[in-house]
Design a protein around this ligand. Structure first.
Ligand code: MIC
Ligand code: SF4
Length: 819
């Protein structure tokens, strides 16, 4: 048999694969899986999968997930003719304009200026962010959601013992949240995915994403679905409420960055390296206001899941979303995940699913995949990108200890079958030579389907044989849900992960943990060395016989040869056709985790006077700094309680301290939430002054809700991250931007602020900020001056501000129609 199979491969591949295959065989035997031996053996040999030969499983009912292509194309052609005189458009523009609410009325579209009113096909939410969405949706008074919607329980599961055990624990510790979300799902006709079923973005890719469709999700990595040709945009909860309540969802027409891919990834390079490299080029702000659209001959060489990884991490450069045109690997993935009917339909609309010839990109970046080497990004920011060959020097120069404490692979970004089979090929090589990881090794499958397929194909056993711990199908350590036991206090240490984000404090609450981001293959190989300076491509380890051991290139199947194994049946979502108004939403009256929302007060109608600068923030201030996750995730449904974490990660420019500000009323220093509450109790409203890209990172609307709740009507920043800026607007907070960037330097904590220009606020009209500085030694010595700020509020958005929040506006409209 060995001879027979080997015939189809080149000589070089042959010997390597045969060798690994033999080991797979012995391993499988040693774990007594005789039925699997045969399969695994053959599978491990087949590093190159002929997609057309894959089995096509029985398709599922695709009626609700197949886009209405005929209607979309018709809508697009109206806009393309009326507004653009038939000129060619990029794929991203085509999909967005096909989803315009008002294609027949809309006037000129200017990218970067015009607000588009869109009708998304679908909404997805995760358990942490969906709590406030539901609480807000309840206020909107709708009987059911207007578009197909799903809830995924993935963030509230703490990684500790691994797999099912951790899910069981979460079912107890977060019972009231899951019960609340489940009952709300039943009431409003939402598909509910239980804890343990998988991570939102992986489940969406496996079940809902469809080429040419438009979806929004209350999580910044929603763009993952761009790997399947979907325009999928991360939004705050209030935006989701718009779509669910059948209200046009607004998005400023984005510009388009075209990324031209040529060549083919070689050996150790993986799709993750495309985005790690691009993040280095674009930086965390470079994608703001843009969609990243990939094109070029290189795209046909990528797997669908690999493209999803690239789109997922586009969130890290601030891009609105990322998207790939329809490819044959998307077709194969759709078929393998029982959506052949969608693939078939998409094939007949293939010209809609790619950019028009000669389409114009606002900027073009070229990447030759053949020349791309693996990259490692970090620490503390995802855009600090270093090629693997230079990484050892980088570590030495920084004087970091040459040690990796833990390697973590998987998560929503990188837990495809391809990722797992390539990783297993490396682990099998090491195991064969008796080489074991020097660091802790964790694996997070993205869904129960992936977990089940990995188990069936013997991958899990191999990973466990070297001590790998398979965690629940959930976010776990990626979002700080990690009961870490290997380090003490705030010890400086390094971890390597295939996740997408690496902000301070994120994974384990320790500000001295450095998270370096890399592909699953690189993370795994380096975990065996346990050293940051180890380069798996060039360096050797020592095997059990004291001989040098070097990893061969990773290899693996793009899709499972024998199809995906179905996950466990009880993880299937509840099937819904409509809402059930008689269902009671469960909120225990004495809960400290759920609290009904009170509408925010409407604008008082005057200029603001006597606002205090609570803090002038220095440098990076992500949503993790504004509303930390980890242990705080449990209070997502309780605004009052979660507000105790407001801005606790922010660095005060006045005293260079984190979470310490001067209370100007008492003259004493306190934590930010303490002082904010003190001002609130004393009827003093306050503002935040911030640096660039304020609110970078997640879609977390708590970062806006909390400041609003504690009495902040205005944030003045050098610039804002897109989702957070919208979240602030939605909650009735005015995001103002310094007209002159240097004016940031003129403000300090405790300054007294008033406004000129809020009365009569209009799109494009500047707002004057009057600053009064009291000298701390003598209150009579004051200095007063004006600076100018601009804003990006549309007429609609100004109405949200006037009404106190977007939700107040929806509720008032609901009321007037029901009278
Ligand atoms: C994240 O990756 O930061 C999160 C947790 O998934 C967030 C969502 C949240 O905070 O609710 C995101 O990316 O939007
Ligand atoms: Fe979950 Fe991490 Fe993905 Fe966010 S980035 S959805 S926390 S796995």
């Amino acid at each position: 048999m060995v001879k027979l199979l080997s015939r189809s491969f080149s000589r070089k591949m042959n010997s390597r694969c045969l060798f690994i295959g033999r080991r797979y065989y012995q391993l499988a035997q040693s774990i007594n899986q005789s039925r699997l031996i045969h399969l695994n053996f053959r599978r491990s040999l087949a590093t190159i999968t002929d997609q057309s030969k894959l089995p096509i499983p029985e398709p599922k009912d695709c009626s609700k997930i197949t886009p209405n292509y005929a209607k979309l194309v018709e809508n697009l052609s109206i806009v393309q003719k009326r507004i653009f005189g038939g000129q060619p458009l990029t794929l991203a523009e085509k999909i967005l304009y096909a989803h315009l609410w008002n294609s027949k009325e809309i006037g000129k579209i200017i990218k970067g200026e015009t607000y588009l009113q869109l009708k998304p096909d679908r909404v997805a939410m995760q358990d942490a962010s969906s709590q406030t969405v539901i609480l807000q949706f309840m206020l909107a008074g709708m009987p059911e959601t207007a578009v197909p919607t799903s809830i995924h329980c993935d963030h509230l599961i703490e990684a500790y013992e691994g797999g099912d055990k951790d899910v069981k624990t979460a079912e107890v510790t977060s019972k009231e949240i899951f019960d609340f979300l489940k009952s709300a799902s039943e009431k409003y006709g939402i598909e509910f995915w239980k804890p343990g079923s998988g991570i939102i973005h992986q489940i969406v890719l496996e079940n809902y994403a469809a080429p040419g469709s438009l979806m929004i999700g209350t999580d910044s990595h929603t763009p993952n679905a761009g790997g399947l040709g979907t325009i999928a945009i991360g939004v705050g909860g209030a935006d989701a409420v718009d779509a669910m309540a059948d209200i046009p969802w607004e998005l400023k027409a984005p510009k388009i960055i075209g990324v031209k891919l040529t060549g083919k990834l070689n050996d150790w390079a993986s799709p993750k390296d495309v985005i790690l490299h691009l993040a280095g080029k674009l930086t965390v702000r470079g994608g703001t206001g843009h969609i990243i659209e990939y094109f070029g001959t290189g795209i046909e060489t990528l797997s669908c899941t690999g493209m999803a990884t690239i789109c997922n991490m586009g969130a890290e450069v601030g891009a609105t979303t990322s998207v790939f045109p329809f490819t044959s690997s998307m077709h194969s993935y759709l078929s393998a995940t029982r959506r052949h009917p969608v693939a078939k339909q998409a094939t007949s609309y293939a010209s809609y699913l790619k950019a028009d010839v000669n389409a114009h990109y606002d900027q073009i970046i070229e990447i030759n995949l053949s020349e791309l080497e693996p990259h490692i990004n970090g620490p503390f920011t995802p855009d600090l990108s270093t090629p693997l060959s230079k990484f050892a020097d980088f570590v030495t120069k920084n004087g970091w200890k040459d040690e990796i404490k833990a390697g973590l692979i998987g998560s929503c970004t990188n837990s495809s079958y391809q990722d797992m089979s390539r990783v297993t090929s490396l682990v099998a090589q090491a195991l064969d030579k008796g080489v074991h990881p020097k660091s802790d090794f964790f694996i997070t499958p993205g869904s129960d389907q992936i977990r089940a397929t990995m188990e069936r194909d013997g991958q899990t056993e191999i990973l466990q044989k070297v001590g790998g711990r398979v965690l629940a199908n959930a976010c776990g350590p990626c979002i700080g849900q990690w009961k870490r036991t290997d380090i003490q206090g705030n010890e400086e240490n390094a971890i390597l992960t295939s996740f997408n984000r690496n902000f301070k404090n994120r994974n384990d609450g320790n500000p001295s943990t450095m998270n370096f981001l890399a592909s699953p293959e690189i993370v795994t190989a380096m975990t065996f060395a346990g050293r940051l300076t180890f380069n798996p491509i060039t360096d050797t380890l020592v095997d059990k016989d004291g001989k040098p051991f070097q990893f061969s290139n990773p290899s693996g199947d793009e899709l499972p040869k024998h199809g995906f194994e179905k996950g466990r049946e009880f993880y299937e979502p509840t099937q819904v056709s409509a809402g059930n108004p008689s269902t009671q939403i469960v909120i225990p009256p004495d809960s400290n985790r759920l609290q009904l929302l009170e509408p925010f007060p409407i604008w008082h109608g005057s200029e603001f006077h006597g606002l205090r600068v609570l803090i002038k923030v220095k440098g990076k201030c992500t949503t993790d700094h504004i509303s930390a996750a980890g242990p705080w995730l449990k209070f997502k449904g309780h605004l009052e309680n979660i507000s105790n974490n407001t801005l606790i990660g922010a660095l005060n420019a006045d005293n260079e301290k984190v979470n310490v500000v001067r209370n100007v009323l008492t003259g004493e220093d306190g934590t930010i939430p303490e002082v904010a509450r003190y001002y609130k109790e004393n009827n003093i409203q306050w503002i935040v002054v911030a640096d660039h890209n304020y609110g970078e990172g997640s879609a977390r609307e708590h970062a806006a809700l909390q400041v609003r709740y504690l009495g902040c009507p205005i944030i003045i920043a050098r610039s804002f991250a897109r989702i957070h800026e919208t979240n602030l607007k939605k909650q009735g907070v005015l995001p103002l931007i310094f007209k002159n960037d240097d004016d940031y330097n003129l403000l300090s904590g405790g300054d007294i602020i008033s406004t000129v220009g809020i009365i009569g606020l209009e799109p494009g009209k500047d707002v004057t900020i009057r600053i009064r500085k009291e000298k701390s030694d003598d209150k009579k010595k004051v200095e007063e001056f004006d600076i100018l700020t601009k804003h990006t509020m549309s007429e609609n958005q100004i109405e949200w501000f006037i009404m106190g929040s977007a939700l107040n506006l929806i509720a008032s409209k609901q009321k007037s129609t029901s009278i």
